[in-house]
Design a protein around this ligand. Structure first.
Ligand SMILES: [Zn+2]
Length: 541
């Protein structure tokens, strides 16, 4: 269509004159085109699966940094977009180690990998042990549950034997430790952290498939013959960390003159006392330790309010995935773990959101934070929380995105974990504004709240949760459910690849929702707080 110059000039001047135009500048509408472009690039083979310690990871950081610069975002760390994350790759060398468990004066006949696994938790290559073993039940010190398995016993230098999971509900106390749900006290990461606070030399967890929610093979695969990553400062672990099979634990306790079943039953009771075993851990533990530096990428859109701009809302997404891995001897095998959904999607969404936040800023500042090494145990977000680029006291909230919907728009949106804080109400308001409803919360049996990067913030008092795409698809619900279920088979596989035919309207919807909620928080009267009584209801660190 041809328009006369005069007509279009008139239209333009009208548009400029309309106050609506000024307001339009304040709405932030996430665009699909940039989201798709970033997703396609970040998940391409060229990025080599964005592996920790690999070239693909370095390329990813450089890309995010360039994009942040191109968008005109402010560097989050002085004049740099990068925050160093110092991590250590640790691989146990069982053949060079002489570690053994002794009970009743005799070493147990057990093999590394098959019967037990161990590794340094403090990024140190050599350790020698001659330490007594103490059974500490669940190893939990939980003031909010009036529970303390340690009872003030001095455990310095000891090796603690613990059960995973948390005390089970009883007829009298059906809701203790969140009933059938898992609390953070039940996670193995908590056990290692608490043992460190107790001054112990190490922890050996007793595995059962029921208590861990996965089989021994999962532990064997991730603890033997492979490099595991931890923060190089060794801040989250005792010198020794490990697991025993249930059979190994039984043999150990029997040889030490104890009955494991009796002690397990005792561990379900509040009056449990640590039990020193007539057993010890002896010998040398050797590991190969490789120190590497990764980067979180942080970019800021300053707030517009002269006072409130000192406070920040942080949006996060992990940029890393599993990188390139060995082809197992098959030269034809695909070795690139592209991680298109996990988490090129969240990383791309953050870029698309940042463009809109920059165009239409809010009263408080907004930080876009791409964290490193999530797949290795939330290392980038842990490093951030340990040395925050913005004071946590002035951090309003953290909204995290990991693995978004590539199927289509939904009527619902996932906000599980928001109910722990005042963010729950705001999440609902933001949903209603978009004609969405909050998806019904499911019992958190596997402790999902503790397995994503927002948790590094929550642990330090910052209200935080991960926004997840909905499942109530508007178009072709049955076909959509089938597609969503089929993704389960591609999770953490080389087949998590981008497909140009993907309908990204759902991804845009989730990104828009996240940005809208972030802006509600950023424009709100006060910082959101935890609900009283929540396990993480502590002042911001
Ligand atoms: Zn992920």
């Amino acid at each position: 269509m041809k328009t006369s110059f005069a007509a279009s000039a008139l239209a333009m001047s009208l548009a400029l004159a309309l106050p609506a135009h000024a307001d339009a500048g304040k709405t932030a509408v996430v665009q699909e085109a940039p989201l798709r472009a970033h997703l396609q690039f970040l998940s391409s083979d060229l990025l080599e699966g964005r592996g920790t310690g690999q070239r693909g990871g370095d390329l990813t950081v450089a890309y995010l940094e360039s994009q942040a610069l191109a968008l005109g975002l402010k560097p989050g760390n002085g004049d740099s977009y990068r925050q160093p994350v110092r991590i250590a790759g640790v691989k146990t060398l069982p053949a060079d180690s002489t570690l053994k468990l002794e009970a009743g004066g005799k070493p147990l006949d057990i093999a590394f990998g098959k019967d037990w696994v161990y590794s340094p938790g403090d990024a140190t290559a050599a350790h020698s042990f001659n330490a007594g073993l103490v059974f500490v039940g669940y190893g939990i010190n939980a003031p909010d549950e009036q529970w303390n398995d340690y009872k003030g016993v001095d455990l310095k230098g000891k090796i603690l034997i613990m059960l995973v999971n948390d005390p089970q509900p009883t007829a009298e106390q059906p809701n203790r430790f969140n009933g059938k749900g898992l609390t953070y006290y039940g996670r193995w990461t908590y056990k290692y952290e608490e043992a460190q606070r107790q001054g112990a030399a190490g922890v050996l967890l007793i595995h059962t498939t029921a208590s861990a929610s996965y089989g021994w093979s999962v532990i064997q695969n991730s603890w033997s013959g492979v490099e595991r990553f931890q923060l190089a400062a060794g801040t989250l672990g005792t010198p020794l960390q490990g697991w025993l099979t249930d059979d190994t634990a039984r043999a150990l306790f029997t040889a030490a003159g104890q009955d494991l079943d009796t002690l397990r039953a005792a561990a379900e009771k509040q009056d449990f006392q640590p039990v020193a075993l007539t057993a010890k851990l002896n010998g040398e533990m050797r590991a190969a330790v490789r120190k590497i530096e990764q980067s979180n990428v942080a970019a800021v859109v300053p707030g517009t309010d002269p006072k409130l701009k000192d406070e920040v809302v942080i949006y996060s997404a992990h940029w890393d995935h599993l990188g390139i891995q060995s082809n197992g001897g098959d030269a034809q095998a695909d070795v690139i773990y592209n991680g298109a959904v996990d988490n090129a999607s969240g990383s791309a969404a953050l870029l698309a959101m940042a463009a809109e936040a920059k165009r239409a800023p809010a009263k408080r500042s907004q930080m876009f934070l791409w964290v490193a090494a999530e797949e290795q145990g939330l290392l980038g977000s842990s490093a951030y929380a340990a040395s925050p680029l913005w004071p946590l006291k002035k951090t309003a909230a953290n909204l995290n995105l990991d693995s978004l919907n590539f199927i289509g728009v939904t009527r619902d949106i996932g906000a599980q974990g928001s109910e722990r804080t005042e963010l729950g109400k705001l999440a609902d308001v933001a949903a209603k504004q978009m004609g969405l409803r909050i998806a019904a919360a499911k019992p958190d049996l596997a402790g999902g709240y503790f397995r994503s990067d927002h948790f590094s913030f929550a642990k330090n008092g910052v209200p935080a949760f991960s926004i997840t795409s909905g499942r109530d698809y508007v178009k072709d619900p049955e076909g959509a459910q089938a597609k969503a279920a089929a993704y389960g088979k591609r999770y953490h596989q080389v087949s998590d690849e981008y497909d140009p035919s993907w309908d990204l309207s759902g991804m845009v919807q989730t990104a828009q929702y996240t940005l809208n909620l972030g802006r509600l928080i950023a424009n709100g009267a006060k910082l959101p707080e935890w609900k009283a009584g929540d396990a993480f209801a502590v002042p911001r660190n």
